[in-house]
Ligand binder design. Structure first.
Ligand SMILES: [Zn+2]
Ligand SMILES: [Zn+2]
Length: 255
């Protein structure tokens, strides 16, 4: 696949568009944002394999930003840190919601031989604005079964990532003016769901973004992904595509 040279344009690569239930072609949640630098958002099971598939070494990923701590978003985090340790860089910066520090210390304590890895954890909450890897990042609350954050990431383009959430005004407001919104769409219409998003509900709430990419598909979506994208597009009037693992998106210039 074409990944594009660093610094060429802000580039989003979906590493994992799946969930906790295994699907052959969808690793668990993870996406990579590249501009001048590289930022990994979430690191579910399969993420480090996907990194290998796009020719990236774990050494190139020194910072991970977590939306929330569900296992399908963090399962490959310690394996990523271990891979860096084995390659001679025994450290990793991790940014995430409250509870991230305790999670990482607990995981690390299970593996005495990995205790020398320096995990530098920064906990953040909604309404924060900070800088990591050369990106300006703003956070807002998502609506999920555990504390969850969505992020607006500003580099040469602006990309907003919903993480796991119900359709939420806080997410739409954070995304407003973004070139790209990567939004979860866990189930097709017809499913009564809480804590997650269905297409029509998303299409009605989102506005003022350049393009929408859907991700975080449960197996119930199989074969319906394009229809789901069409529903969002028709209701929002915004170009919408269904995400696939290893899809590379260049955030378009302007909206
Ligand atoms: Zn999830
Ligand atoms: Zn979740």
């Amino acid at each position: 696949m074409c990944v594009g040279a660093r610094g060429e344009r802000m580039n989003v690569i979906l590493l994992g568009t799946g969930v906790g239930i295994p699907q052959a072609d969808r690793a668990q949640s993870s996406l990579l944002i590249r501009d001048e630098d590289v930022l990994l958002i979430d690191c579910g099971a399969g993420a480090i394999l996907r990194l290998g598939e796009i020719g990236m070494s774990p050494l190139e990923i020194d910072t991970v930003l977590l939306t929330h701590l569900h296992l399908d978003h963090v399962a490959d985090l310690l394996p990523l840190a271990k891979a860096r340790y084995l390659l001679g860089e025994p450290w990793l910066n991790i940014w995430g919601p409250v509870g991230t520090e305790e999670l990482m210390r607990s995981l690390q304590s299970l593996y005495p031989y990995l205790r020398s890895i320096k995990l530098d954890v920064t906990e953040i909450s909604a309404g924060c604005r900070f800088e990591i890897c050369g990106f300006g990042v703003s956070s807002a609350s998502a609506i999920h079964s555990v504390p969850a954050l969505c992020y607006r990431i500003e580099g040469s383009r602006t990309v907003t990532c919903s993480g796991d959430t119900e359709p939420a005004a806080s997410v739409s407001e954070l995304a407003s003016g973004s070139d790209l919104l990567v939004h979860e769409c866990s189930f097709p219409d017809g499913f009564e769901v809480t804590n997650h998003t269905t297409p029509a509900a998303l299409g009605r709430i989102v506005s003022d973004v350049g393009e929408i990419i859907l991700t975080h598909f449960y197996p119930q979506c199989r074969g319906l992904e394009e229809d789901m994208a069409r529903t969002v597009e028709q209701l929002s009037g915004i170009r919408t595509r269904a995400g696939m693992d290893l899809m590379s998106i260049y955030a378009s210039a302007g909206k």
